[in-house]
Write a protein that binds this ligand. Structure first.
Ligand SMILES: CC(C)(COP(=O)(O)OP(=O)(O)OC[C@H]1O[C@@H](n2cnc3c(N)ncnc32)[C@H](O)[C@@H]1OP(=O)(O)O)[C@@H](O)C(=O)NCCC(=O)NCCS
Length: 293
């Protein structure tokens, strides 16, 4: 347990929950205390991750017990909802969890590379400037609130292509950024990992997507896709650029996001299960850090 905390739990405001039999841990999980932007307010919720039972102790109800304890602990702390990402939906559905319907966007970006109104620069993944972090926070598109520890994790666990992280500047101030990675099966496709824009500068996103196209293929007409809500400023930017995307509600084949309402009478500072039914501009895939280090 000490090793677990020393390895990272302490940076990430996490609480381990374990089930012991005769002094030996047989099953465990970890609670993460997270916040998400809802408009200009931060709301708290709990993430549950690292759920595992020793192979010899499986099917005896230990993980179910650990999950119940995690939920009870979050309830006592005032949380209205808990979130997790998983690939074993049925296991959690049985325990009262619901998959989140995310919005999936696809579009072909035809020849974005018009005159650039913004200065654009590559962002070094291993040294993300504070101003870019602040943009993610200030633009507050219902992305998860990234603590220092979470930013550290984004830099260390590289899930995106470093050369597709670009920011647009007005003077010295970053006003938008995009992050992405090439498709697994088609290196010319771009998966949008994250996009943020200062309210007045959503058109800068188009310029940045154009730059990603240029890097990936050089022709400036690539297919983009990603989990992005129709409420995201990107939607407005695409519409203004005359690009018609396809939107659909989708659940990912792996890494399904699930939620469970824990209680209804909660403080204003807590996210509620009901918030999932509202058309908030959530870019849910930025929540992946909800349940891990
Ligand atoms: C998933 C896991 C945590 C379950 O632990 P456990 O202590 O055996 O769970 P419980 O005894 O409380 O519940 C067992 C029930 O869950 C079901 N279950 C287990 N794995 C499942 C899966 N992959 N998909 C659907 N149901 C599953 C079992 O069939 C059993 O149902 P039954 O009682 O009707 O037979 C354990 O199998 C494990 O550690 N797996 C590897 C790590 C992992 O996948 N963790 C989840 C990460 S999101």
């Amino acid at each position: 347990m000490e090793a677990f905390i020393a390895q990272g739990a302490r940076w990430h405001n996490a609480t381990p929950v374990v089930c012991e039999v005769a002094g030996k841990i047989v099953s465990c999980a970890c609670i993460f205390h997270r916040e998400v932007w809802v408009g200009s307010k931060k709301k708290r919720f709990g993430g549950i991750g690292a759920v595992a039972t020793r192979p010899a102790a499986r099917k005896k109800g230990f993980a179910t017990l650990v999950m119940k304890q995690c939920e009870e602990t979050l309830r006592e702390q005032g949380c209205g909802v808990a979130i997790l990402f998983c690939s074993i939906v049925e296991f959690y559905r049985r325990l009262g969890w619901t998959p989140v319907k995310e919005e999936w966007i696809e579009f072909v970006a035809p020849h974005f590379l018009k005159e650039r109104e913004y200065r654009i620069e590559a962002v070094p993944l291993n040294k993300i400037p504070d101003a870019i972090r602040a943009l993610s926070t200030a633009s507050a598109q219902s992305a998860i609130v990234r603590s220092k520890g979470l930013w550290q994790e984004y830099s260390r666990w590289q899930r995106e292509d470093a050369d597709l992280f670009w920011a647009a500047y007005e003077g010295d101030k970053p006003v938008a950024y995009v992050r992405g990675r090439r498709g697994k099966n088609n290196a010319e496709e771009i998966r949008l990992m994250d996009a943020a824009a200062d309210g007045a500068h959503h058109s800068a996103l188009i310029v940045l997507l154009g730059k990603q196209c240029e890097i990936v293929k050089g022709k400036g007409s690539e297919r983009f896709h990603g989990f992005v809500s129709a409420e995201h400023p990107l939607a407005k930017a695409l519409s203004m650029a005359g690009i018609k995307p396809t939107w659909e509600a989708a659940a990912s084949a792996s890494g399904v996001m699930m939620y469970k309402g824990l209680q209804e009478n909660i403080g204003k500072e807590f996210l509620s299960a009901g918030d999932f039914g509202k058309a908030l501009p959530w870019q849910t895939r930025t929540w992946w850090a909800a349940d891990r280090f």
